[in-house]
Ligand binder design. Structure first.
Ligand code: NDP
Length: 332
């Protein structure tokens, strides 16, 4: 069986371009004992992958030029030489960016009977959904009824974070990059949503939260973080989830000019990676499945079709091309 796959051709400098990627075709090996062959149904592109394209030490090792990229994907078993895996089984794994693969059974997570479409396991029921959950309830220690600001609020993580805060009876503010996204945030029940291209960030925060913010869920960094610090209430908490406004910077960006305000206000700024909170995985699954079933949490996806569109989907994360989770559909 052949598989088309995406190779990193160059390390991007600044905004990634299509020339940084190359589509190649390889032959998928027949499985040996203990191995399984999987045809991918869908794959994820995520902002953290931009960091892995830089040759530097981080919490995950860098991608290598000339190698096939990796990332979250859901597929179906097409051949198995491993106990516990049969043709047709749904599995989740980290061999995205390709149409098919053979790997050791231990690298696959069986999904059993799907409780939602396969792509949901890459979004609301997967890593981004869990990031929202642990960021708010773990890192930011959210309490019922607080006032919360979420940036990047129409994305995979932000849209779920805002809805979890609503479920917890909070007042929720959200920023996003277009009028359509702002309209969607209002549909989701955000109390105040704004396009960050319009007006001053701090003016929006003052209007949406006249008494200040208890929690800021930061997906964007830079000017958003600075504005939020200006508007935090005493002992407020900031969950540092991501800083997408800085991922394509070619020079280190200066920190917030007002960081010293954190001293007098007794603020907590807590960075986190979703994997720091593995202990919350069962609670996340139970709560999120319940909220989806009850309709308290809804989700959206932006879908690009075909492996050859995977680089465009990835680049689109940095131009605001997605509302909700960005997914690449690999079903032909
Ligand atoms: P999104 O689905 O939010 O996609 C990225 C979005 O970011 C775009 O649609 C765009 O929306 C927005 N964006 C892009 N460039 C800028 C910019 N310069 N300024 C402001 N907004 C911008 O991605 P995710 O939900 O997957 O990730 C959101 C954040 O969470 C990222 O920073 C990511 O790195 C982080 N993250 C952290 C994890 C952790 O464990 N700590 C795990 C997963 C994600 P718009 O149109 O609104 O500009």
């Amino acid at each position: 069986m052949d598989s088309r796959e995406v190779v990193l051709r160059n390390r991007p400098v600044g905004m990634p371009t299509r020339d940084d990627f190359e589509i190649v075709t390889s032959t998928v090996p027949v499985p040996s004992k203990g191995e399984v062959t999987v045809r991918n149904l869908c794959m994820s592109v995520d902002p953290y992958m931009r960091g892995r394209m830089i040759d530097r030490k981080s919490y995950v090792p860098p991608f290598q030029v000339g190698e096939v990229l990796t990332g979250g994907a859901v597929g179906q078993v097409v051949a198995s030489e491993a106990e516990g895996f049969a043709e047709g089984d749904y599995v989740q794994h980290n061999y995205g960016w390709r149409e098919a693969l053979t790997c050791a059974a231990g690298e696959l997570t069986p999904l059993g009977e799907l409780a939602a479409p396969a792509s949901a396991y890459l979004g609301v029921l997967g890593m981004p959904g869990m990031t929202s959950y642990v960021g708010l309830l773990g890192a930011a220690a959210l309490k019922d009824g607080e006032t919360v600001f979420v940036s990047g609020a129409a994305g995979a993580v932000g849209s779920i974070a805002g809805q979890i805060a609503r479920v917890r009876g909070c007042r929720v503010l959200g920023s996003a990059g277009s009028a359509d996204k702002v309209a969607w945030l209002k549909e989701l029940g955000f109390d105040y949503a704004f396009d960050y291209h319009e007006g001053r960030l701090l003016d929006h925060l003052r209007e949406g939260a006249p008494d200040g913010l208890d929690v800021y869920f930061d997906n964007v960094g830079g000017d958003h973080l600075e504005a939020a610090i200006f508007h935090m209430r005493p002992f407020g908490r900031i969950a540092l989830c991501g800083a997408i406004s800085q991922y394509n910077d070619t020079e280190p960006a200066p920190g917030p000019v007002n960081l010293t305000m954190a001293i007098g206000l007794g603020l907590t700024l807590k960075g986190f990676i979703v994997s720091h909170y593995q202990n919350m995985a069962d609670d996340f699954r139970r709560d999120m499945e319940g909220w989806i079933q009850s309709g308290e949490v809804v989700y959206k996806e932006t879908v690009f079709d075909g492996i050859d569109k995977a680089p465009d989907a990835f680049i689109g994360l940095f131009t605001g091309a997605n509302t909700g989770k960005m997914i690449v559909n690999l079903e032909s």
